[in-house]
Design a protein around this ligand. Structure first.
Ligand SMILES: [Zn+2]
Length: 268
């Protein structure tokens, strides 16, 4: 990665393009592991006086790692297109959910890969994998369970769906950190909003599902149920397109950072 490519992406780490932004994520100093949250990217670590830009550089300058992250982003983008294609041909059932959650699991596997240049403390917890694994297992059991035990599906599917949304929320948290560390600092705020939007969708899913169990004779409850169902639909639409755009922006940023030249990845 050259200084020129860094300047193009607006990374705060190098030379004249240096922006005096404040670190939103809990980045730890590469020298002493001090938490650099809310400090200026152009400053020095208050604990050991190591330049904060050195820590940001150490994170962004690993091309092999960036390629793994890009693979994860591609899995996530592909899952969004596949979800629409599957939904276009038939109603979204457990089998379709198995396919989509499997792609999310593959994407998460790449996206939580720790940067080999950083101390262990920077390694991400496998939270997204745990949640997405529970979702995948739940969908799979629901897809193979016989029709006679349909009550099993009514227990399995809601649990799997909530685990799925939880995994996606944690994944957006991870993407926010990745962006903030130098991949695309200006877009990190979108990832943070997508984290909260995913949680909101989970809440509205529960409210909508609960309202369906009620006998809707009392009109205020009926209106509340309709409102939560409407908010769920709007939330899902916004989530879908915002996710697609954000992941594409991230992919473009990574392509600029690694210059798309395979020869440079091998050189130390
Ligand atoms: Zn330090």
């Amino acid at each position: 990665m050259t200084e020129e490519t860094l300047a193009q992406t607006g990374s705060p780490s190098v030379g004249p393009s240096h922006t005096d932004r404040i670190l939103d994520s809990h980045l730890h100093c590469i020298s002493c592991q001090y938490d650099l949250h809310s400090l200026s990217a152009s400053g020095v670590c208050p604990e050991c006086a190591c330049e904060i830009s050195a820590t940001i550089d150490a994170i962004t300058l690993d091309d092999t790692w960036l390629r793994t992250i890009r693979t994860g982003v591609r899995w996530m983008v592909a899952s969004l297109y596949v979800a629409v294609l599957l939904g276009a041909f038939r109603s979204f059932g457990p089998i379709e959910l198995v396919v989509v959650s499997l792609m999310h699991f593959g994407g998460a596997l790449c996206l939580i890969t720790p940067n080999p240049k950083l101390p262990r403390r920077h390694s991400n917890t496998p939270g997204p994998l745990l949640f997405l694994g529970i979702a995948l297992g739940g969908y799979f059991l629901a897809s193979i369970s016989p029709i006679s035990s349909s009550s099993l599906k009514w227990v399995l599917l809601p649990i799997a769906t909530l685990a799925h949304l939880g995994g996606l929320a944690l994944l957006w948290r991870r993407i926010e950190t990745l962006m903030d560390l130098g991949i695309s600092p200006n877009s990190a705020v979108i990832a943070r909003n997508l984290y909260w939007l995913t949680i909101s969708i989970a809440v509205f899913s529960v409210l909508t599902a609960a309202s369906r169990q009620l006998t809707l004779v009392w009109s205020p409850v009926r209106y509340a149920a309709l409102a939560s169902a409407g908010l769920l639909m709007v939330g899902l639409l916004v989530w879908y397109f915002a996710s697609l755009i954000t992941l594409h922006l991230m992919s473009i940023s990574i392509r600029r950072l690694i210059g798309d030249a395979p020869a440079t990845a091998a050189s130390p």
